[in-house]
Design a protein around this ligand. Structure first.
Ligand SMILES: Nc1ncnc2c1ncn2[C@@H]1O[C@H](COP(=O)(O)OP(=O)(O)OP(=O)(O)O)[C@@H](O)[C@H]1O
Ligand SMILES: [Mg+2]
Length: 268
């Protein structure tokens, strides 16, 4: 059983891209203030799941969506049958951009804005109307510290973000995702391009951050989910095979034999 309250509840979620079904009738609950792991082989629908949750699926013109997503019990996506994304309503949300700001997103490769480290972190807060220099300074220090990057860059905040190493750029991406104080942080294979030492540093950061937010960790490194997540969902070919405590999923005694095979490296 899931410890309540659920931060996010997904009910009967389906996503298709044209004729290609990417997610089929997926239902699960993501508890608040935990790291929730999502594992599955390539092309299984993991990124699609995150896009539906943060409503960036709306930008994919050939997508249709079905089902419901709720955050804090409020509907943020609702379609009783497969609906083209351009016809999705805002579900009574005054502002879909405002909803997206409640969710931080970290993509597999760093997505640096072509600007200084300082401006990368303050971009979203400035857009949201924060202008005071001391407020922005405090925010930059907080986000870079949370992303375990502050000590390495505090003396060169005016350097271009793109001049940092790959691992540093990914931490800058995380700092940026944290800059609008998201309630939910989605990480999509964040460590794919960074070294193991930096990966472990960020993993330590995530363990701390969960006190402040709900974290959805999509990873094809099953051991990363094992290390970090309290509960884990296994998605295969767009279907939820099962969702359980991480302990159970990795026990070798999960409910579905495909889970046991996947986590033991027999396929994927
Ligand atoms: N815009 C799109 N148009 C058509 N098909 C798409 C589109 N985006 C994703 N797909 C397909 O949907 C399926 C699920 O893709 P998705 O990116 O969600 O998988 P994933 O589990 O994140 O894979 P990976 O581990 O490779 O990142 C794949 O077969 C993919 O090719
Ligand atoms: Mg993906």
């Amino acid at each position: 059983m899931v410890d309540l309250p659920a931060k996010i509840r997904v009910e009967g979620l389906g996503v298709s891209y044209g004729d290609k079904i990417a997610l089929k009738d997926l239902s699960l609950q993501i508890p608040a203030n935990q790291i929730f792991g999502i594992i599955g082989p390539a092309q299984s629908g993991k990124t699609t799941f995150l896009k539906a949750v943060n409503r960036t699926i709306d930008f994919v013109s050939n997508a249709t969506v079905k089902g419901r997503v709720l955050m804090d019990n409020q509907s943020v996506l609702d379609a009783s049958s497969f609906t083209p994304v351009k016809k999705l309503s805002n579900n009574g949300m005054r502002d879909l951009c405002g909803y997206r700001r409640r969710i931080g997103m970290v993509a597999p490769l760093p997505v640096g804005l072509p600007m200084t480290i300082y401006d990368n972190v303050t971009f979203a807060p400035r857009q949201a109307g924060i202008r005071k220099k001391d407020e922005l300074d405090t925010l930059v220090e907080r986000c870079l510290t949370q992303a375990a990057l502050w000590d390495e860059v505090k003396d060169r905040l005016d350097t271009l973000g793109t001049k940092l190493s790959g691992g540093q750029q990914q931490r800058l991406t995380i700092a940026r995702a944290l800059s609008h104080e998201p309630e939910v942080l989605c990480l999509d294979e964040f460590s794919i391009a960074i070294d193991p030492v930096t990966t472990m540093r960020i993993e330590d950061v995530l363990k701390e951050l969960k006190a402040e937010m709900t974290i959805i960790l999509v990873t094809n490194l099953v051991q990363q989910a094992r290390r970090l997540a309290k509960r884990t969902a296994f998605i295969l070919n767009g279907e939820l095979v099962e969702e359980d405590t991480t302990k159970k999923i990795f026990s070798g005694n999960a409910s579905d034999s495909r889970t046991n095979e996947f986590v033991s490296g027999i396929f994927g």
